[in-house]
Design a binder for this molecule. Structure first.
Ligand code: HPA
Ligand code: ZN
Length: 333
């Protein structure tokens, strides 16, 4: 039995496996610029975040109908469950679909269908977070929030907002207004910061956007005062070790700062980001850091506990306590 964990940094579009991409392409009459899954997989050689994003946005062309989004999420939840994920807070990128003429209603209804039955089918509880693309305008983000209004919790599945896509040159402050509007609507707030961008983007995400968790946040280690603040305020960081290697944020996994970050007292979690592209799901990321960094069972337990501590389960503290009890009772073999 795998270690129970929550997944807090997962882009649903990044779970599109080559096999499903080709199946959806055939179903929707979309022609992909790759002969087969093998040729597509060979393209998964990334120099940086942008080179990945180009492929990631391109392959989304196969996602067209409600069924497509339901099948995508269902396939992810099955894989996640098999790797011990008990709770998933799932990102999606509405602007990437709206730009292709796929409506918010189609995307949310499809994802929502898979999420609604996830607990019964996979034993995984779920929440949905919509991300704004930071390389699009602030106005576009505000229009996206407006379009999402019928689908916000408690009526709909969307419980929060996030910020993703190309980081450098797109500081968090650009999105101050839309994050303010999201907060006024009762939405939770997270933001990618300090993946490729400088530590100052992390500070800005906290101060200007009111971010409650930082996605990645790796580069906080360059600013000791910021580390002190993140420790003191117990700000969760959603790290994605295999992603960091594949997008060259770190050279090799053995040099990942995770052990130093845990030693510093940071509230770190381990997640998969875009597992179909980066070589593994949540459990694969846990195994990779155990093997490459020699993390002890108690460190792994801490990471799993942190994932539930950092999750947005305030509406169901009983559930959070139950999940944490599963972590404490877990016996490592
Ligand atoms: N970083 C930024 N944007 C993203 C990522 C990421 O790792 N994955 C999908 N969108
Ligand atoms: Zn991400």
């Amino acid at each position: 039995m795998p270690l129970p964990k929550a997944e807090l940094h997962l882009h649903i579009e990044g779970t599109l496996e080559p096999e499903l991409a080709f199946a959806l392409a055939a179903r929707n009459g979309v022609t992909l610029p790759y002969a087969d899954t093998e040729e597509l997989r060979k393209a998964y050689e990334f120099a940086d975040l942008q080179s990945f994003l180009n492929l990631y946005y391109g392959l989304m062309a196969v996602l067209r109908t409600e069924d497509d989004f339901a099948d995508l999420a269902d396939a992810y939840l099955a894989r996640a469950a098999a790797q011990g994920v008990r709770h998933a807070e799932i990102f999606f990128d509405p602007q990437a679909h709206l730009a292709r003429g796929v409506g918010m209603g189609t995307v949310v209804a499809g994802l929502g269908r898979a999420l609604d039955r996830s607990e019964a089918v996979h034993g995984v509880s779920t929440q949905l977070i919509m991300c704004f693309l930071r390389d699009e305008s602030a106005g576009s983000a505000m229009e996206t929030l407006e379009a999402a209004k019928p689908y916000l919790a408690p009526r709909g599945p969307i419980i929060g907002v996030g910020l993703d896509s190309a980081e450098v040159g797109h500081p968090p402050a650009k999105f101050a207004e839309v994050y303010g509007a999201a907060a006024a609507l009762g939405l939770r707030r997270v933001a990618h910061a300090g993946e490729e961008g400088p530590p100052a983007y992390i500070t800005e995400a906290l101060d200007v956007l009111g971010a409650e968790r930082i996605d990645h946040g790796l580069r906080c280690m360059e600013d000791p005062e910021l580390v002190d603040r993140l420790v003191r305020d117990r700000v969760p960081l959603t790290l994605c070790p295999l992603s960091n290697v594949r997008l060259r944020a770190v050279d090799v996994l053995a040099e990942h700062p995770l052990p130093k970050m845990l030693d510093a007292g940071l509230l770190c979690t381990v997640n998969s980001d875009d597992p179909a592209y980066f070589g593994g799901y949540a459990g694969d990321n846990f195994r990779a850091v155990r093997e490459a960094l020699g993390l002890s069972p108690e460190r792994l337990r801490e990471l799993a506990r942190n994932s539930f501590v950092a999750s947005f389960l305030e509406h169901d503290e009983e559930r959070r306590a139950r999940y944490i009890a599963e972590v404490e009772a877990y016996e490592f073999r």
